[in-house]
Design a protein around this ligand. Structure first.
Ligand SMILES: [Zn+2]
Length: 493
């Protein structure tokens, strides 16, 4: 028998966790976080407790209670086994957006994670520039006897355990026991997204992942639909995030519109876009070139470009971190020694002002700080994250500066408040003087209704399961055999 159980990602946008069982093979497709489910119980200052994370998540129904799935340190600490052998043969990851991957850090390190090289590098970026544990688990609750004979809590290298990351080749079929997997690239708002076609012993299953046709890789999405049609799918799990939306502009239009606005900007062009969306970075980079400016990125983006540039397979797809039209912004460090007299503090103290992963960029030839930007404002498009608006206090945008917001429009109260806050900053610096100065230039990572209809009709699957959506009525309009499932519900093939 082959079965599919939906532990998340149905009647919900994101949180995909699809359990596939075929003979003795057990897989998850994605292991993501549901914003809506977490938001019901948690917020910035109210989270699952580190000492009791699994229990807290089980209690609230956020994670499925499956023995052998979770990291042993957490499981043992809350009395949920931990010594058993795992039955899970792997996680197939479509892409490194948090609603598809954010709960990977909860998993046992010996469960293989099958992903694209891009997804691996993006997760590496999360780990190495932050505190995530996608590629390396840091064992908790571990003690050792120190040289005074006391019991100490182990930290650092003593607790690092690498996960079993298996990079698949785009388009190349591979087997996980009884299941054969075809990872097929699709267009979406992050690099390295792959849809899957699984051949099980009882039929074929397609999973669209998140996709669209209006980005830089629309041909990939088209090829995936063709592959689905050739594969006589028994089930297609088809995303429907924006099934109710009309057609939008394309990623190329974003590039052109940004260039137009920047062309008409006398001062600094300030922009905000999703920090890990390298295709959007590319749009701003191309606009910068068209307008004879340089794109100033932050250190996290520089780190990601560095990882991509170091990969033989991926080099050249995106600008290198030392590209002629890229500048790397050095913000004030923890003591703000950037513009202080270093004879008093020493060069060493200046480096100590930054996290280890940031330090190499301080010596890059294309590193800039607020003084460089302030003096030559019309030479730059300056990336300014919603969480680093204070940089503007140092830069002091000139009269005639502009702000381009290239992020999704707010769809909840928290996001509305955030946008209001950004507006306040822009008003404060005279960048936003009237409503028309607010430039919202964005396209979604998800296909609109017409695009999803094309995927559904073109794939020609026998049955259709709506995922990543709260609107299955559109799928029902476009397919005669729609199976709508509830969270934790299973279907057998
Ligand atoms: Zn996504």
């Amino acid at each position: 028998m082959t079965s599919l159980t939906f532990h998340g990602g149905v009647n919900d946008i994101g949180g995909n966790k699809f359990l596939v069982k075929d003979k003795d093979t057990t897989l998850f497709m994605d292991f993501g976080m549901s914003f809506s489910q977490e938001g019901q119980f948690f917020s910035q200052f109210l989270n699952a407790r580190g000492s009791n994370a699994l229990e807290d998540m089980f209690e609230l129904g956020i994670l499925p209670k499956i023995k052998g799935l979770y990291r042993r340190d957490y499981a043992k600490h809350v009395g949920f086994g931990g010594d058993e052998e795992t039955q899970v043969d792997g996680i197939l990851l479509t892409h490194a957006h948090v609603d598809h991957c954010a709960y990977i850090p909860y998993l046992r390190e010996d469960i293989p994670i099958y992903c694209s090289e891009e997804s691996k590098l993006i997760m590496q970026n999360f780990d190495e520039t932050g505190t995530d544990q996608y590629l390396t688990l840091k064992e908790k609750f571990k003690v050792y006897e120190n040289n005074r004979g006391e019991i100490s809590r182990a930290i650092g290298d003593k607790v690092k355990v690498p996960r079993n990351i298996k990079i698949f080749e785009s388009g190349k079929e591979f087997n996980i026991d009884s299941i054969s997997v075809q990872p097929l690239p699709v267009d979406h708002s992050i690099a390295g997204v792959h849809a899957f076609i699984l051949q099980t012993s009882n039929g074929m299953i397609g999973n669209t992942a998140d996709l669209r046709f209006h980005g830089r890789r629309s041909k990939d999405t088209e090829k995936f639909v063709e592959k689905c049609s050739e594969s006589s799918l028994d089930y297609l799990l088809c995303e429907g995030t924006r099934v109710d939306a009309p057609p939008s502009i394309t990623e190329y239009d974003v590039e052109d519109k940004v260039a137009d606005i920047v062309n008409n900007t006398k001062g600094l062009a300030i922009c905000g876009y999703p920090i890990r969306d390298l295709d959007r970075l590319l749009s701003f980079y191309e606009s910068a070139k068209k307008t004879n400016r340089d794109l100033v990125i932050d250190m996290k983006q520089a780190y990601l470009l560095k990882l991509f540039h170091a990969s033989e397979n991926l080099r050249g797809q995106y600008p290198s971190p030392t590209d002629n039209n890229i500048k790397i912004y050095v913000p004030r460090g923890s003591w703000g020694l950037l513009d202080k007299n270093l004879e008093m503090f020493s060069d060493r103290q200046f480096y100590m002002d930054y996290a280890e992963w940031q330090r190499e960029f301080l010596d890059y030839p294309n590193a800039v700080d607020y003084r460089d930007i302030k003096q030559n404002q019309n030479n730059f498009i300056f990336f300014c994250s919603d969480f680093k608006l204070q940089d503007l206090i140092d830069i002091k945008p000139d009269y005639g500066s502009t702000y381009i917001r290239s992020l999704t429009e707010p769809f909840d109260l928290e996001m509305e408040l955030k946008e209001e806050q950004v507006k306040n900053w822009m008003v404060h610096f005279g960048v936003l003087k009237k409503e028309e100065d607010w430039h919202q230039i964005h396209v979604s990572g998800h296909g609109d209704g017409e695009q999803i209809k094309h995927v559904i009709e073109g794939s020609n699957a026998k049955k259709l399961i709506p995922i990543h959506t709260q609107h299955d009525e559109y799928h029902k309009k476009w397919h005669s055999n729609v199976v709508s499932v509830k969270q934790h519900e299973s279907i057998s093939m």
